[in-house]
Design a protein around this ligand. Sequence first.
Ligand SMILES: OC[C@H]1O[C@H](O[C@H]2O[C@H](CO)[C@@H](O)[C@H](O)[C@H]2O)[C@H](O)[C@@H](O)[C@@H]1O
Length: 593
Amino acid sequence: MAGRIEDYALIGDLQTAALVGKDGSVDWLCLPRFDSPSCFAGLLGDRRHGAWRIAPATGGECTRRRYLGDSLVLESLWATPDGTVRIIDFMPQRDRAPQLVRIVEGVSGTVPMRGELRLRFNYGRVHPWVRRTEHHRVAVAGPDSAWLRVPTGVHTYGEDGTTASDFTVSAGDQVPFVLTWQPSHLHAPPRADSVQALASTLDGWERWASDCHYDGEWHRAVLRSLITLKALAYEPTGGIVAAPTASLPEVLGGERNWDYRFCWLRDSSLTLSALLRGGFREEAAAWRKWLLRAIAGDPGDLQAVYGVAGERGLPEIEADWLPGYDGSTPVRFGNVAVRQLQLDVYGEVVDTMHLALQAGIPMERQVWSLLRTLMAYLEKHWTEPDEGLWEVRGARRHFVHSKVMAWVAADRALKMAELTGLPAPVDRWREMRDAVHADVCENGVDRRRGLFVQDYGGQDLDAATLFVVKSGFLPPDDPRVVRTVDAVRTGLDHGGLIRRYSVGSPADGLPGNEGAFLACSFWLADALGAIGRTGEARDLFVRLVSLGNDVGLLAEEWDPHSGRQLGNMPQAFSHVALVNSAFELAARHPEQG
Ligand SMILES: OC[C@H]1O[C@H](O[C@H]2O[C@H](CO)[C@@H](O)[C@H](O)[C@H]2O)[C@H](O)[C@@H](O)[C@@H]1O
């Protein structure tokens, strides 16, 4: 069985990523891209669905783990009665075929080790044929081949569908295993120098991280979040995935299991805003280019989510051959959210363009004309009901958050027109901005309680209504804002954090429950800070940061009863919210930021 969600650490090569458990098992890896079928899907079942474990023969979890410096190179250390051993796991940044490198190093004593490699292509369904060549064990099935370079002196043997190895490591020994993926029609990959690959991977990450602007109290958590966000950006195109995993459940044993290995305009805009705040501009420029390509065409065809290269079709399937994480079924790959109308994304995209401009990235003519096209569409359609940011699978509604984000789009578009002096229908945009504002204040407020609700005419609360203050839609001292913040805080409380909305409400349209939503809980900290409750904001932020796992990673949700992380892992939304909250705290308390 897979480990707890928080037992996993992330490694990746900016095109795909793997999850490594505390027990030394790589239980998730899709090759060659984030959204390719997996060769290790043990995470959504057990080792029979694909995994690669290397650990002391006595088994158990590692004693301590960390990333080496400001990198995505993972070190797991086992102190055993026989001695101490460490395993360095990483994926070299790509200049050739994708590789997963695992270097076993003896620290003290002599430790008996065991390796078990089970390659299962196509999400655990396909058992490859394995053969031996002079230097490799090669597994082939259909379009895929994976080549394990076996270290000198290590004997491997087939055992029950596994490539097994038993070896010992003494102080000073270095035993590198390199797994290379290639299309199956190619010849053996060239020999890789794992020591040199380690040095250049470490160097690449350290150089990237040295550009970080944040230097406050939360430096470690912020930089780890930014590194994680960078790891979720697909380098060849600039697209950013919401998470590297699929179908990790929002409640253990439940059916809210979704595939996040795609580029949501919302999630990636927010990711960009965090990277820009952190001082990283290259990613913003690359993402803008991705955006231009992905949404080229009729703005009415704009999707909320695309593939990493801008693909439009992400057919959702249920993988009935996989038992699911902790029995959580169905396991879904693909996402029908592509077919939804989510009007908030215009606001998030335009807001990010505005941030990019403020960060000094010049406005290109092509981007300006894209902005005008998006605005023209939104002017005509903001009055329509949609599925909203939570992608509810119930009927379309007039979500307050979607309307507030339409206001954000108009507001930021106007600001950019003023900043750049570029031609724009500013009178129409102004008219729209004011009309949306009046509409939300008229229809989005529950008159009896005097606060914003999830949708027009509804009674339910929604953490996304915190954007009435986060976006600047209303000033923080507006009584409707203060009442909304308080109501969200108490009404959506889940063990001191908050849920995103009332699960089981008619808008939700799904059975079962879910955990506290981490991004929303960070938003609550921001909103509390904005209305002047800075002590409470800080306490909540501190608690949220403490929920990160031993290497600082956050999944989508948290179960306060079991004290476990839930949902896809690591999730960009959660890490974006952490970074933004740290900057908000710093702005309010410059001496502590
Ligand atoms: O809860 C139902 C929906 O859950 C997923 O959407 C969530 O994740 C997205 C990616 O992070 C995020 O953009 C969205 O705001 C979240 O609600 C899932 O992708 C949907 O298909 C599902 O209906």
